[in-house]
Design a protein around this ligand. Structure first.
Ligand code: GLY
Ligand code: MN
Length: 461
């Protein structure tokens, strides 16, 4: 058979070496193997998702797949499938993926030219199968070989909903498949040292993005869609420093700061307003930061803005102080909410529409709503498939990474608050890793207190 890469094509070499995360991913695969002896386990990467007509969103593999392969950024190949096949003593693991594009042209045109989603003429050079095997430290085969490889009839669990071809090949076993989701999610709860390193990179890039935004705040105030300027500035940094974004940037100025996930970002940024920026850069490893700062656009908080800011700051500080291994996961939220509830009670705020009669967090949900933080990792809201007893009703453990992000949001049309507070939204969010005795803040490169924020803004401008 003629070599498909000859006929005028030079051999190329990507000069790749084994990825540093590969050894850690191998340990995670061993944990999967131990948990499911004698069963086949299938974890697809997922594929391209259509944005509209013949254009797709940028590919981002499923987090469980990344966790088990340490696959990185632009190297990731859509429609890859990781298969654990039981052997006598454990499992052999194979990655079924796409090889390089065959280069025929003309009437028998093959992938290189004719496939705009996967052809290398369209999207660029993929790794050869052996390059993939070398970088990930996994046996590799082509996706075409998958069906034959899993033809033996044995108990099989699939991470479903990611690959329609795989879903159709293997009959569902709903309870067994759900247990797999739970296990893979809980496997990600405690981060190893390599993951914490990647989270540091993601958070560092996020911090740099906030500094970039600060230096361009003036530009943002001169544009009718200043929020978009902010979004663009942060997103540029995220693309320069990593793969992209962990979630769409929330650039919320003025009363948009009261909308938790304001991602339309089509409003102006005015002197005298607050800018709530909630953003996260996703590193090439796919780990993400998730940080929020609320900044006075003019460089100085008004008295009302500072009153709200100081309260959220005190709540966040109380939440952070409650972080330690062995503490219930909910303790930091309770600590933060207690501070908010006592102070709002002292301000005499009495929201309608709540049934609680004594001051407490429930009474003030109208102004605070959401939980005060979440696990962070490959997903912004990481480990979402974990059982309550392992996560929200569990205890913190060394190596957990989470956000602490209390907020207060006084809607512009809320008649239960004094007029000067309406339209003020404040959230302060940091990323922390639980250590052996407490917690380390990964995002400490950004100022938190009102005084520090004002001094920082004065220094950058
Ligand atoms: N930063 C987005 C969120 O935590 O929901
Ligand atoms: Mn968050």
């Amino acid at each position: 058979m003629a070599d498909q890469f000859h006929g005028g094509w030079a051999k190329t070499n990507l000069n790749l070496s084994v990825l540093p995360g590969a050894a850690y991913a191998a340990k995670r695969r061993s944990a999967v193997s131990e948990r499911f002896p004698g069963e086949r386990i299938i974890v697809p990467s997922g594929g391209l998702k259509v944005r509209s007509n013949d254009f797709d969103y940028a590919f981002r593999p499923h987090s469980a797949f990344v966790h088990l392969t340490a696959e990185q950024g632009t190297q990731a190949v859509p429609d890859s499938v990781l298969v654990f096949e039981p052997t006598g003593s454990g499992h052999s693991v194979t990655l079924f993926t796409r090889q390089r594009s065959p280069r025929g042209i003309g009437p028998n045109s093959t992938e290189f030219y004719s496939d705009r989603r996967h052809g290398e003429f369209w999207i660029g050079r993929r790794r050869t199968l052996s390059e993939t095997a070398d970088t990930l430290g996994i046996e590799v085969a082509t996706r075409d070989e998958l069906e034959q490889a899993i033809s033996r009839s044995i108990p099989t669990r699939v991470l479903r909903g990611e690959d329609t071809y795989v879903d159709a090949l293997v009959p569902p076993t709903p309870q067994a498949d759900a247990e797999l989701v739970t296990f893979l999610s809980e496997l990600r709860l405690v981060k190893d040292e390599w993951e914490i390193g990647r989270l540091r990179e993601a958070v560092d890039c996020t911090v740099t993005g906030f500094t970039d935004v600060l230096s361009e705040l003036g530009d943002a105030t001169r544009h009718a869609r200043g929020e978009r300027w902010i979004e663009g500035t942060f997103n540029r940094r995220a693309r320069l420093g990593g793969y992209g974004l962990g979630f769409d940037t929330i650039a919320a100025a003025g009363s948009h700061s009261c909308i938790l996930h304001w991602m339309q970002n089509d409003g102006p940024v005015r002197d005298g307003d607050l800018l709530l920026l909630d953003a996260g850069a996703e590193a090439d490893s796919f780990y993400t930061g998730d940080v929020t700062r609320t900044l006075p656009v003019s460089g100085h908080f008004t008295e009302a803005q500072r009153r709200v800011y100081d309260l959220v700051f005190a709540a966040q500080s109380a939440g952070i102080a409650a972080l330690r291994p062995g503490a219930p996961f909910g303790a930091f939220h309770d600590a933060a909410m207690r501070v908010i509830a006592e102070e709002l009670d002292a301000w005499g705020l009495r929201p309608y529409g709540t049934t609680a009669s004594t001051p407490g967090p429930d009474l003030y949900r109208r102004y605070t709503l959401c939980g005060s933080g979440h696990m962070l990792g490959l997903d912004c809201h990481d480990c979402a498939g974990a059982r309550d007893e392992a996560y929200s009703a569990g205890v913190l453990r060394r190596g957990h990474v989470l956000t602490v992000e209390p907020g207060l949001y006084f809607q512009p049309d809320d008649l239960t608050v004094p007029a000067e507070l309406r339209g003020i939204g404040v959230r302060i969010e940091d990323d922390l890793v639980i250590t052996s005795s407490g917690a380390e803040c990964l995002s400490s490169g950004l100022p938190r207190s009102a005084d520090e924020v004002e001094a920082w803004m004065a220094s950058v401008r």
